[in-house]
Design a protein around this ligand. Structure first.
Ligand code: NAP
Length: 260
């Protein structure tokens, strides 16, 4: 363990894709801030795995849709580690109930926008300010920001329009921060996962099994795993894409490929 280890904040790092990202980053030598919303036990387990790999883990329960919680996440990170080299905006939720566009509620829309779009939009703002100061002070050199969106950023699913709109907003959020932060040496990347095996997709497993294995939905005929996304984040985190910003990285088994 070295005091010079780089530090990443991973929102929603306690389960699913976020957990995969945390473990990949720890294996790549990062100390990690594991953010979660409610399930402290899951966060604790991930933290123990990080420490078993010889890295440090800070667990922070904070709701990304709440401004004061986001600021506390940043403040606790800085107080503990003194630096932020990477922010991974991963936390997100699906609608409680998939509902046709003509029947869907404003309550669900507000929830999805607050957690999936407003949260990462303003957490990125809050972390960017800290990163800019750290670059100016020489504390960090090439900090980076990753936004985990979805194939839903460009795929119309009429039974979860709120989710799609929030993810489409994240695509522009990536472009905006990439344009704004480049002068400070901060690159911004959008990672678009396809269908990944997590708690979120558990309720629709049978549907996706059929689409993937019987109907050829994706050129690569398997479910994605959290580790697939973790590897893409590590490519960014280890400076393998230094001349790319505002870049979309598809981690989707080729879902985005049109065929005729
Ligand atoms: P998941 O298994 O349901 O895990 C969600 C994680 O986010 C948990 O750690 C959860 O913490 C946390 N979280 C939820 N609401 C939060 C909030 N308000 N503040 C802070 N943390 C919060 O989901 P997942 O499948 O890993 O999805 C992760 C991200 O990838 C999401 O943005 C999702 O939209 C996106 N994505 C997923 C798929 C897929 O197929 N699974 C595909 C494309 C994109 P608690 O346990 O404490 O609730």
């Amino acid at each position: 363990m070295t005091a010079l280890a780089r530090v990443a904040i991973v929102t929603g790092g306690s389960r699913g894709i976020g957990r995969g990202i945390v473990l990949s980053l720890a294996a790549a030598g990062y100390d990690v801030v594991v953010n979660y919303a409610r399930n402290a036990t899951a966060a604790q387990q991930v933290g123990e795995q990080v420490e078993a790999m010889g890295r440090r883990a800070l667990l922070v329960g904070a709701d990304v849709s709440v401004s004061a919680d986001r600021q506390r996440l940043v403040d606790q990170t800085v107080a503990t580690f003194g630096r932020i080299d990477l922010l991974v905006n991963n936390a997100g939720v699906a609608p409680d109930v998939r509902t046709d566009l003509l029947d869907a509620t404003e309550e669900s829309f507000d929830r999805l926008i607050d957690i999936n779009l407003k949260g990462p939009y303003f957490l990125t703002q809050q972390v960017s300010r800290a990163m800019i100061d750290m670059v100016a002070a020489g504390t960090v050199t090439t900090p980076k920001i990753v936004i985990v969106s979805s194939i839903s950023a460009y795929t119309a699913s009429v039974n979860r329009g709120d989710y799609c709109v929030a993810k489409a907003g994240l695509a522009m959020t990536t472009q905006l921060y990439a344009a704004r932060l480049s002068e400070h040496g901060i690159n911004v990347y959008e990672i678009r996962p396809g269908i990944i095996a997590t708690d979120m997709t558990g309720p629709v497993q049978a549907k996706y099994d059929d689409l993937i294995f019987n109907q050829g939905l994706t050129p690569i005929r398997r479910w994605g795993q959290p580790d697939d996304v973790g590897r893409a984040v590590v490519a960014v985190a280890t400076d393998l894409l230094p001349f790319s910003t505002g870049q979309v990285i598809d981690v989707d088994g080729g879902f985005h490929v049109r065929t005729l």
